[in-house]
Design a binder for this molecule. Structure first.
Ligand code: ADP
Ligand code: MG
Length: 364
């Protein structure tokens, strides 16, 4: 057994704008954040895979000859799924011990899942000659999450944590799969606040939103809502049910907001960026209807507070987190006020994480 442990490091990510646009082949702005999953590994001389998560304090062992989805220790799927994706590409994988430690809180919306998948792939890259391009790598990790973890995620998370550049945010086009880095000044930062609500039936609601978007696209004679403009949607609104129209209106206007936000970032117009974040939340709340009371209370507070430039729900919705844009010099002041508000309202202090843009795993 090799005594040398090798290490890879992969950041988390936050979705800044572009809510539920990914599976409509739309646009998103995201950034890799200064929280990391570290995977330490060493080769073995057999065909055994041993995994240990220091976060969960759990260990798992299995054979590389039998890479199948795991029911009891679900977290294992994010690693095993990636190895299975390599096997599908006929890569002969060697036995390994892999130890995982992460400062990305699990299930917070900062994509500890994509970080774990990408860490698994980059770990294998150290021992095997793999020549996949970044996009292909992202797709393999997405496949692992879809097929092994059973989560029907888009590609944004994996792309972000791989290709981000230090000090920038990225615009990702889920149709062309092109991406672009946009500047983000050090004078600003983001706070991610967990509402600590996870509504039941989220999976059902998520699939329902996807289906309604698909049926709206079909009735509008396009493959994906990405291809629809606001004027066109307005012209054809009677061809859609009220529900389809509302969902489509969210997606179509959200793509427009992403375009405007890119312009704002290029010009360093952070107030405009913040305004677009508030508008995004309004649209999620009223048109996509994937917000909830706790998220709305947080965004409402942010919109009334003069130190906060913008806030919106981030991720799937129906609970989860709110991302806030702030001038760095006002961060502590805002955080204190937010903590008192939240504690009074919900009877417990909020979980708040400051995040800043860092390089993706391929650029560290
Ligand atoms: P998010 O990606 O926002 O953190 P998800 O629910 O998509 O939330 O992914 C979280 C899941 O990923 C965890 O429940 C666990 O199964 C797996 N996971 C991520 N990081 C780790 C880790 N360090 N150790 C074990 N499992 C992890
Ligand atoms: Mg995830």
């Amino acid at each position: 057994m090799s005594t040398t442990w090798l290490e890879v490091k992969v950041p988390g990510r936050v979705e800044l704008l572009g809510n539920h646009t990914d599976y409509n082949q739309g646009l998103v702005i995201s950034m890799a954040v200064d929280r990391y999953t570290i995977m330490r590994s060493r080769l073995r001389e057999d065909h055994i895979l041993r995994l240990r998560s220091l976060n969960l304090e759990e260990t798992w062992q299995g054979s590389l000859n039998n890479l199948v989805p795991q029911k009891e220790q679900h977290w294992v799927n994010y690693v095993v799924g990636v190895l299975a994706a390599l096997k599908e590409r006929e890569v002969e994988i060697l036995g390994m011990d892999m130890e995982i430690e992460s400062s990305i809180p699990l299930g917070f919306g900062l994509s500890s899942s994509a970080a774990l998948e990408v860490a698994s792939l980059l770990t294998c890259k150290q021992y095997h000659s793999l020549d996949q391009e970044p996009l292909e790598m992202a797709k393999m990790c997405q496949w692992a999450e879809n097929q092994f973890a059973g989560v029907s995620c888009g590609l944004m998370d994996q792309i972000s944590v791989l290709i981000s550049q230090r000090g920038s945010v990225n615009k990702i086009d889920l149709q062309s799969l092109g991406y672009e880095n946009l500047p983000f000044s050090k004078a600003f930062c983001f706070l991610v606040v967990d509402s600590e609500t996870r509504h039941q039936l989220v999976d059902g609601e998520y699939s329902n939103r996807r289906e309604v978007c698909e049926s709206a696209a079909k009735k509008l004679d396009v493959a994906y809502l990405r291809e629809v403009q606001v004027d066109h949607l307005d012209d054809r609104k009677f061809d859609l049910s009220l529900e389809e129209h509302k969902r489509a209106l969210h997606v179509v206007t959200e793509n427009e907001r992403v375009q405007k936000a890119c312009q704002a970032l290029q010009e360093g117009a952070m107030e405009r960026l913040g305004q677009l974040m508030f508008e995004s939340h309004e649209s999620s709340k009223n048109n996509f209807e994937n917000s909830c009371r706790e998220l709305d209370e947080l965004v409402d507070f942010a919109s009334r507070h003069k130190a906060c430039l913008g806030a919106r729900l981030t991720g799937g919705g129906f609970g989860g987190a709110v991302v806030h844009l702030l001038e760095r010099s006002k961060k502590d002041f805002y955080q204190n006020d937010l903590t008192s508000f939240f504690s009074k309202k919900f009877g417990r202090p909020p979980k708040i994480i400051e995040v800043n843009p860092v390089a993706g795993a391929l650029n560290i």
